[in-house]
Design a protein around this ligand. Structure first.
Ligand SMILES: [Zn+2]
Length: 473
């Protein structure tokens, strides 16, 4: 794998050459080991020789989570996305030169096992849909350590930095990406396990005692941590970066944190379990720096057609140099404001970048709020909306049945702790009007005590806070 400083500053033509070469290698030598993609191409009458460069990828129909989810007929569907070479397939499709190299440099069997045997698992973390396993070989774990070190280099971290990792201990990419990164770079790090494991008090103590320079966290929990620190009058003079991951950071949340700790830089990462790694900003206003030797990322419009460079669209991901579970032309469900190959105006790197404005595709749920008809409500819209209101300290959305009666109408509750305290008589009206205006549904707003709401969110007890809760089922 190329040195990141060299790779990330190559001219565009060279970057495209690397991508085309890796794509041809995948199609010729690895695709035969991939049960789903092998059939997918056959089903659509695409010959491997039809795919010579990343432009040709457009011939391959897009796939989505629906293709990976287990079905009644095929309960082990995710297994079809794992590269599974057997001896005969290796002999037939794997490059002879590599086999010879493996034989010369060590044990052939061990080398192939390192490359292909899945030994590590992450699960997708979607709030509503079923969890899908994504598997890593030993080679993939080494790649994950490499990308971890690329993230730290891009974000400007040095060996002298001291990291507090507040991601929960879980079989999720976020935690493991940080663990691999700190180990690979050789940075001192306390992996706290988040609110559920070490708890907020001890994490704040650690930030102070260790004189941590970097805090890494989920946005919702990170916001909770810095608010709590501020409330207790704590200072972190050495803290210079907060790096968020695992979820999108809304501009309102970013602003609220900046208001409390103006000298801290807030960088976010973007990742998806299917892409097996995370990408980071080099600056608060930069895009996410991609790894062109590992993946090809494109944006598509609603019809699934690739959009022109710089135009907004849905992020579609193709793995170029991963083993274990891999996807090709995978619709992530994330909408991005644009993708550029122009050199980064902040760090000068020439690797492609996704614009920092990324939102989940609308997730509409039908609610029966009146006897007349159901209303479609975009639940994802609550995040930027409520995080952006300065008066709101914490919030939670609940969907309930009226009087807990399954035959009754649905009710949309917004539970709010505002900065003025529980007795405030103005914020509930304001939130109600604001939500009604922006989302075209009128919620029931309940003012809460902040500690009770923090408990209800599960800040100290859940892996991820329970921001939107559907209690109808
Ligand atoms: Zn940059």
């Amino acid at each position: 794998m190329k040195n990141w400083e060299t790779l990330s500053r190559l001219p565009r033509r060279k970057i495209e050459n690397i991508q085309n070469k890796k794509l041809r290698f995948f199609i010729k030598h690895l695709l035969p080991f991939h049960p789903f993609l092998r059939d997918h191409l056959k089903k659509h009458a695409i010959k491997p020789s039809d795919i010579q460069n990343t432009g040709d990828l457009q011939k391959i129909p897009l796939i989505s989570k629906q293709d990976i989810l287990p079905t009644e007929n095929i309960p082990d569907k995710p297994r079809q996305f794992i590269l599974q070479p057997d001896t005969a397939a290796i002999k037939k499709h794997y490059p002879k030169s590599r086999l010879i190299k493996y034989m010369i440099t060590g044990n052939l069997h061990e080398s192939l096992e390192r490359e292909f045997k899945p030994i590590h698992i992450h699960f997708t973390t979607g709030r509503s849909s079923a969890q899908i396993p994504f598997l890593y070989s030993a080679r993939d774990l080494a790649t994950l350590a490499q990308t971890g070190s690329r993230i730290f280099q891009t974000a400007g971290l040095a060996k002298e930095d001291i990291v507090v990792n507040a991601f929960p201990f879980a079989p999720h990419l976020a935690f493991w990406q940080v663990q691999k990164a700190t180990e690979a770079v050789g940075i001192r790090c306390l992996h706290t396990g988040g609110g559920k494991i070490l708890g907020t008090e001890k994490i704040l103590n650690a930030l102070q005692k260790m004189e941590a320079t970097i805090l890494i966290s989920l946005p919702g929990y990170g916001y909770h941590l810095v608010k709590e620190a501020k409330r207790q009058g704590r200072n972190f003079p050495k803290l210079r970066h907060i790096i968020f991951g695992g979820e999108r950071v809304s501009p309102g949340l970013r602003e609220k944190i900046k208001g409390m700790f103006p000298d801290v830089t807030i960088l976010s990462t973007f990742a998806s379990t299917e892409a097996k790694t995370a990408w980071v900003q080099c600056h608060e206003e930069s895009g996410y720096h991609l790894y062109p030797d590992l993946e090809f990322v494109e944006l598509v419009d609603e019809e699934g057609q690739r959009v022109k460079e710089g135009q907004p669209g849905e992020i579609v991901y193709t793995a170029l140099d991963w083993r274990g579970s891999t996807v090709m032309r995978y619709r992530t469900g994330d909408m991005c404001a644009g993708l550029t190959y122009e050199p980064c105006t902040h760090c000068g790197r020439t690797t492609p970048r996704l614009h920092y404005e990324i939102e989940r595709k609308s997730e509409h749920k039908e609610l029966r709020l009146s006897k007349v008809k159901g209303e479609l409500v975009n639940l994802n819209a609550f995040y930027p909306l409520l995080n952006g209101m300065k008066e709101i300290d914490e919030w939670q959305v609940e969907i309930r049945k009226k009087d807990n009666d399954v035959f009754e109408l649905d009710e949309l509750h917004v539970n709010v702790a505002c900065v003025h305290g529980e007795e405030c008589t103005a914020c509930d009206v304001m939130v109600e009007e604001y939500v009604a205006r922006e989302l075209a549904v009128r919620p029931v707003v309940n003012m809460h005590d902040r500690q009770l709401l923090i408990n209800a969110l599960g800040m100290e007890s859940e892996l991820k806070e329970k921001r939107i809760v559907d209690r109808r089922v």
